[in-house]
Design a protein around this ligand. Structure first.
Ligand SMILES: *Cc1c(COP(=O)(O)O)cnc(C)c1O
Length: 404
């Protein structure tokens, strides 16, 4: 990739344009990316960076994976949108292939992660009324502290992050928050009106937080004992990020509903879904839920190519082996600028001893490695699963320099 770089004076100031013309709901690192391939991105001046964030796991297969780009280009030449008013020749195949990959019965297609979570909440409420027999409009969904499930008004209603929530009320009722990892608190919060427990098996946004080993199996047992659905939000943790298809697989636990997004679109376009049990997703009837773009031909064609990549097991395997290497290297930094490391597979929350995640991200960027803080002193690392061992070493060597 040899980009011809115009002299600096003729380059538009993209950062100034964004500052002037876009809402300030993000605080990006001052890098302007123009091209990317695999684990590497190139900025407008031709400088290359190792991508250690992978679009928060939306780029699990790296930038522009050839099989995914080929599927998209092929579909662009045929059909891109029908709306769900008509059938198309990618939809049923995508749903069958995704259901088979995930070992589930039914697929509800949406676009963004937040929509998948909203959809799962709607389905759980309807299931509670129609199947469980909860009195109308009284169903509750239990969520956990530190959660991140998206940015819609309903979802921020049960966020425990003041920045996500303050100023956006009035909030949607019907949610109860209990501490993450606390089985007793969960048990105490369950009532006859509880429809579901919604949980991230590993909390990404909170800092790649892994719960205590017995927690998720205990959540499953409590759900079973009380006729409550377990909804696993695997939008960031799923699709090979932790070495298995779902992060929940490590615990030998199955959810009733899974929300999927991010990597399901192969880093090309937004594709999300709720997958799960027939007797739960089956409560939806025509007209009760939908999306103009959900399950569109282009999304389904790319989603099918993603499913094919995941079916090989190659990416799960890479995440397991390379993840062990990543965590080994990070472990060696504990006591040398790193206080603690958590996470699983090619996914790590790195707690820094004496600098903020933001300061470290900026210093890493200056040395050609891109990653991002979650909150405060935690740095999130989620390289694309196509990264090599040598590239991981390069990333960690660079981190070691930055925090030395
Ligand atoms: C990113 C994310 C979402 C929201 O997805 P969007 O596509 O940004 O709406 C929901 N849940 C989890 C766990 C996520 O990481």
């Amino acid at each position: 990739m040899t980009a011809t770089v115009p002299p600096a004076t003729t380059l538009p100031d993209h950062i100034a344009l964004a500052e002037q013309w876009s809402t300030h709901n993000y605080h990006p690192l001052p890098v302007v990316v123009a091209e990317a391939q695999g684990a590497w991105v190139t900025d407008v001046r031709g400088r290359r960076y190792l991508d250690f964030l992978a679009g928060y796991s939306a780029l699990n297969f790296g930038h522009r994976h050839p099989a995914l780009v080929a599927a998209a280009v092929d579909q662009l030449g045929k059909l891109t949108l029908t709306s769900r008013a008509f059938h198309h020749d990618q939809f049923g195949l995508f749903c069958r292939e995704l259901a088979e990959l995930t070992g589930t019965d039914l697929v509800l297609t949406m676009n963004t992660g937040a929509e998948a979570v909203e959809s799962a909440i709607k389905v759980a409420r309807k299931w509670a009324y129609e199947v469980k027999g909860v009195p109308a409009d009284t169903a509750e969904v239990i969520v956990v502290g530190g959660n991140f499930h998206g940015r819609t008004t309903t979802i921020v209603s049960f966020s425990t992050d003041p920045t996500a929530r303050d100023g956006f009320g009035p909030f949607t009722p019907g949610f109860r928050v209990v501490p993450y990892g606390d089985t007793a608190a969960l048990q105490a919060a369950i009532t006859d009106r509880t429809a579901a427990v919604l949980v991230e098996p590993i909390q990404g946004e909170a800092g790649v937080v892994v719960p205590p080993p017995d927690y998720l199996p205990a959540v499953r047992r409590l759900c079973d004992a009380n006729d409550v659905l377990l909804i696993a939000d695997e939008i960031q943790s799923g699709l090979a990020r932790t070495g298995t298809l779902f992060a929940l697989d490590h615990e030998g636990v199955r959810a009733d509903l899974y929300t999927l997004g991010k990597a399901l679109g192969g880093g090309i376009l937004p594709v999300s879904a709720v997958v799960g049990r027939r007797d739960v997703l089956g409560v939806l009837r025509p007209g009760e839920h939908g999306s103009t773009f959900g399950g569109n031909p282009l999304a389904c064609a790319v989603g099918r190519a993603v499913v094919r990549l995941l079916a090989t097991g190659e990416f799960q395997e890479r995440s397991t082996t390379l993840g062990a290497h990543l965590h080994g290297r990070l472990g060696d930094l504990v006591g040398h600028g790193v206080t603690r490391v958590h996470g699983r597979g090619l996914w790590a929350g790195v707690e820094l001893t004496d600098r903020t995640g933001r300061a470290a991200s900026e210093a890493l960027m200056a040395r050609g490695v891109l990653c991002k803080e979650t909150h405060g002193t935690t740095l999130r690392m989620a390289p694309p699963l196509v990264v090599t061992e040598a590239e991981i070493d390069h990333g960690i060597d660079t981190l070691a320099q930055v925090i030395a």
